[in-house]
Design a protein around this ligand. Structure first.
Ligand code: SAH
Length: 396
């Protein structure tokens, strides 16, 4: 039986020859055959030339997700197993991240040529997130492979908000296989014990992408007064406290996040750190009003824009945060500007920082431009997967 064909409109094949994995409905001329959602299809040019092979989903704006550019190899179990093995080799053989109680991202969707699935490992547990119906339909087979490759005690499914609507996936959070994660599940990251709540925590439980940035910032914190704005479960603040900061203040608007943060403080025997549950914009404004000063300010807000229309508002938010942070920073201060909004580029962030510094009459030097940890790679065929920026500056 031949594989159904998705035929592209004239002159629309170039991005897919360049191996971009998302075929939007607007690029498609017609579908030959009647693929069901999740079925394998061949993407062909208007003139009928094979371009790539992918999985079809009529319910998604991404009508086809592409996985394979070799005409003769099907998207079968062996294919997906090879992709998973490759992803694991990066983390285990190349990056050496696989100590037993480590937390790291094992599979990062497009970045690992597996558009629509994320796997994180937290000690003996895996969290799996499917954002593509085609892969969700193959979940049993994929979980079986992950079990063989990673030998977890349990696999927990996390769903992304709104994905049911976007992809037509009906999934529910919960333990998919093996033992349920214990309430006190924790990982060890650079010598710190970090509790991870797979069921209720944000993201898949923890922000693994900031691992190396936390180290980079901690190096600058000994003896300093540190403000960790948007601290979640402690993150940068825990590292700063362990590195010998004079005092650390973590601020977050989520009480459950701060509960976790306080438990992390206790688990690591730290005493030089406190938390305020508050809106960061309001709290920073209040601290500016009473002339509070810090030597290090970390800004790690959530994603501010999900589409192009909301970029101007997002930029306003980042600008306001930087204006406030600059007022709170003492001489020779360190400003850490993180931005996980993929639609805002490094250059945009730098421009915004530059403007805020000029407006605030501060001399600012960028001392490091950083991205996420290496277990969050960027596939050159899908540059959108490079979302996290972290700029460290010195301020006078
Ligand atoms: N720095 C953290 C990750 C931060 S994620 C780490 O290293 O792990 C972003 C955090 O911002 C979330 O914990 C969320 O609860 C918080 N948040 C979002 N909007 C907020 C606001 N307006 N005020 C305070 N906290 C906010």
């Amino acid at each position: 039986m031949s594989v159904p064909k998705v035929v592209l409109k004239p002159k629309r094949a170039q991005p897919f020859y360049a191996r971009h994995p998302w075929v939007f409905a607007g690029a498609i001329e017609r579908v030959e055959g009647t693929p069901a959602d999740g079925d394998e299809v061949d993407l062909v040019s208007f003139t009928g030339k094979f371009v790539a092979r992918g999985l079809f989903n009529a319910q998604s704006k991404i009508r086809v997700r592409l996985y394979n550019w070799e005409p003769d190899s099907p998207l079968d179990g062996a294919f997906f197993r090879d992709r998973l093995e490759r992803a694991v080799r990066l983390r285990h053989d190349i990056l050496k991240l696989n100590s037993p109680d480590a937390g790291y991202r094992v599979v990062f969707s497009e970045s690992d040529f597996l558009s629509g699935m994320v796997v994180d490992k937290y000690g003996d547990w895996l969290t799996v997130q499917f954002t593509a119906l085609g892969l969700a339909r193959r979940q049993e087979e994929i979980i079986g492979m992950l079990r063989e490759l990673l030998k977890p005690r349990g696999v927990y499914l996390r769903t992304e908000k709104g994905i049911g609507k976007l992809e037509g996936i009906e999934l529910q959070d919960g333990t998919l296989w093996g033992e349920a994660p214990p309430a006190d599940l924790s990982i060890v990251e650079n010598g710190l014990r970090i509790l991870v709540n797979l069921a209720e925590g944000q993201k898949t439980g923890y922000y693994l992408d900031q691992r190396d940035n936390r180290v980079a910032v901690a190096r600058l914190c000994n003896g300093k007064r540190v403000l960790d704005a948007f601290c979640y479960s402690g993150g940068f603040g825990l590292y700063a406290a362990k590195a010998g900061a004079a005092e650390v203040l973590g601020v977050d608007g989520s009480e459950p996040a701060l509960e976790l943060a306080r438990r992390n403080v206790a688990a690591n025997g730290l005493t030089n750190i406190a938390f305020d549950c508050a809106d960061v914009f309001r709290h920073l404004t209040e601290m500016v009003a009473v002339r509070r000063q810090f030597d290090v300010v970390v800004l790690d807000p959530p994603k501010f824009a999900r589409n192009r229309a909301s970029i101007p508002d997002a930029m306003k938010g980042y600008r306001r945060l930087h204006q406030l942070a600059l007022k709170l920073l003492a001489k020779d201060g360190i400003l850490v500007s993180c931005c996980c909004t993929g639609l805002i580029a490094l250059q945009d962030l730098e421009e915004l920082i530059a403007q805020a510094a000029v407006e605030g009459r501060r001399d600012l030097q960028i001392i490091e431009r950083r991205g996420p940890s290496a277990d969050h790679p960027v596939a050159v065929t899908c540059r959108e997967s490079g979302y996290l920026k972290c700029i460290i500056s010195r301020v006078n």
